[in-house]
Write a protein that binds this ligand. Structure first.
Ligand code: FAD
Length: 458
């Protein structure tokens, strides 16, 4: 009986953080129980990263079809077959889901489907059984948040979960929140043919990014016909005969068929026995040190449940770190500034390191140098008819501390930027590396040439 075993580690939650911890711990020879109430893979696979990227890609295909004449190709865009889009998206998800289930099975992980509850610092109760572990990893993730008094009805006022399975392309949408999730859906719906208005309380879209990236994104969205109200505080929403009407504190009103609430996600930590076990939390987030240890010696926590970056790859890294620590390996804390961040929309915003504003705060205005390379000077971008820019932030005479990119598929370029940042490479060293021509990646090399004082195509 599995429930009578004392496991090395019992993991609560089978999303990116939890399953990465489970896979790595099992690989290192630990006996692992993984408890998941819904589907292995969690938000990222079923309601997040993967399905949204499939929608974005379908939107990209639609846009390319509309723009085909500009490339001398005859094709006409007839519309979106939303059932076909869902079939494509669900096919991607189910393929990956099967693969993941196979991995968990092949690593001899005890996988339990059911809603778990922490019953002591060394046990989790699920389906009427108690699973005991020398260590517990909490990985219960996050769910969409709303604003006080704003009810998500799943019909006219929806969350990202509902947006992913919407059975139609709305004619018009209000997107409340211009952060990563908001701009992603705004981009998808615009490509699908909807009228889109984003409402963002802060002065910019993608407000956590370097201001230059936000402004470039705004310019591109404006060009695509996506509307937005920036620095606009939401006051309330009412139902109209056919949709919704949102009011802003500045007196403006926006009407649409439906409203997506994309104001962030909150941790899943209530009524799970965390407080009773003495786990310290702050606004629901489980507090951890740089080794992902909570204040309770037997309990670690990872992923969206802890107050670090809410990204799948951060969850993977935190899960792996915990597994290796529990297996007795030497582990190094994560440098969160060195984690690549991508805002997926058309165009993409990608970055690693810190913004220019942050660099000036840390090092002083006169110690910060920047260089930009506009994609207008990049051959491959011209071929693809895409606009954008790469901006570097350098500490004078030192390493590059921030790389900020805007452009189609820039997420695919952030890997090299990440190596440059994490290896603290000097611009002169990067400028020595020859980038393949013509690629969009070449633009990153050209930005470094500019910073090293020898610009080529700008
Ligand atoms: P989750 O993935 O939320 O997993 C937690 C799991 O715990 C869930 O499966 C849940 O069912 C389970 N659980 C909760 N309570 C219990 C319980 N009591 N008993 C048993 N099981 C329980 N990140 C990126 O890096 N790139 C992207 O492109 C990206 N796109 C996104 C798009 C959207 C629309 C959304 C919503 C998120 C996106 N994210 C993206 C974020 C990413 O999905 C999360 O950072 C990631 O899923 C966090 O992993 P996690 O394991 O902490 O939590």
């Amino acid at each position: 009986n599995d429930a009578s075993t004392v496991f090395d580690v019992v993991i609560l939650g089978g999303g990116s953080g939890g399953y990465a911890a489970a896979l790595r711990a099992a690989q290192l020879g630990l006996q692992v129980a993984l408890i998941e109430k819904n589907k292995l893979g969690g938000t990222c696979l079923h309601q997040g990263c993967i399905p949204t990227k499939a929608l974005l890609h379908a939107g990209e295909v639609a846009d390319q079809t509309r723009e085909s004449a500009g490339f001398g190709v005859k094709a006409s865009f007839e519309g979106i077959d939303i059932n076909g889009v869902h079939a494509y998206k669900d096919g991607v998800v189910s393929g990956l889901y099967k693969g993941l289930q196979g991995l968990v099975a092949s690593r001899k992980i005890t996988y339990v489907t059911g809603e778990g509850r922490l019953s002591s610092p060394t046990s989790v109760d699920v389906n009427g059984e108690r699973y005991t572990g020398r260590h517990i990893v909490l990985a219960t993730g996050s769910v969409p948040k709303s604003l006080p008094g704003l009810a998500i009805d799943g019909n006219r006022v929806i969350s990202s979960d509902h947006a992913l399975t919407l059975d139609r392309v709305p004619q018009s949408v209000i997107v409340l929140g211009g952060g990563v999730i908001g701009v992603e859906f705004a981009s998808v719906w615009k490509s699908f043919g909807a009228e889109v208005t984003i409402i963002e309380a802060l002065p910019h879209l993608a407000p956590l990014e370097d201001e230059n990236s936000s402004k470039l994104l705004e310019r591109a969205f404006r060009k695509r016909g996506i509307k937005f109200e920036l620095g606009a505080r939401f006051a309330g929403v009412e139902y109209t005969e056919t949709g919704v009407r949102a009011s802003l504190e500045n007196g403006k009103q926006v009407e649409a068929e439906l409203m997506l609430v994309a104001v962030g996600r909150g941790p899943v930590s209530q009524n799970l026995g965390y407080e009773e076990a003495g786990v310290a939390t702050d606004r629901g987030y489980v507090l951890v040190d740089e080794y992902m240890r909570t204040n309770v010696p037997t309990i670690s926590a990872v992923g969206d449940l802890v107050p670090t970056l809410q990204l799948a790859h951060v969850g993977f890294a935190e899960g792996i770190l915990v597994a290796e620590r529990l297996a007795g390996l030497k582990v190094v804390p994560i440098d969160y500034d060195g984690v690549p961040r991508v805002t997926y929309c058309n165009p993409e915003v990608a970055s690693v390191g810190i913004t220019e504003a942050k660099a000036k705060e840390l090092y002083g205005d006169d110690k910060v140098v920047t260089a930009k390379f506009n994609l207008a000077g990049n051959g491959k971008s011209k071929i693809l008819k895409t606009a954008g820019e790469i901006k570097l932030v350098q500490v004078k005479d030192g390493a590059v501390v921030g790389v900020h990119m805007v452009g189609e598929r820039m997420g695919e370029q952030v890997g090299e930027a990440q190596l440059i940042y994490n290896w603290e490479a000097l611009p002169s060293e990067v400028a020595q590396l020859i980038h393949a021509h013509p690629t969009q990646n070449e633009a990153l090399g050209e930005a470094h040439l500019a910073l090293a004082g020898k610009p080529l195509h700008n």
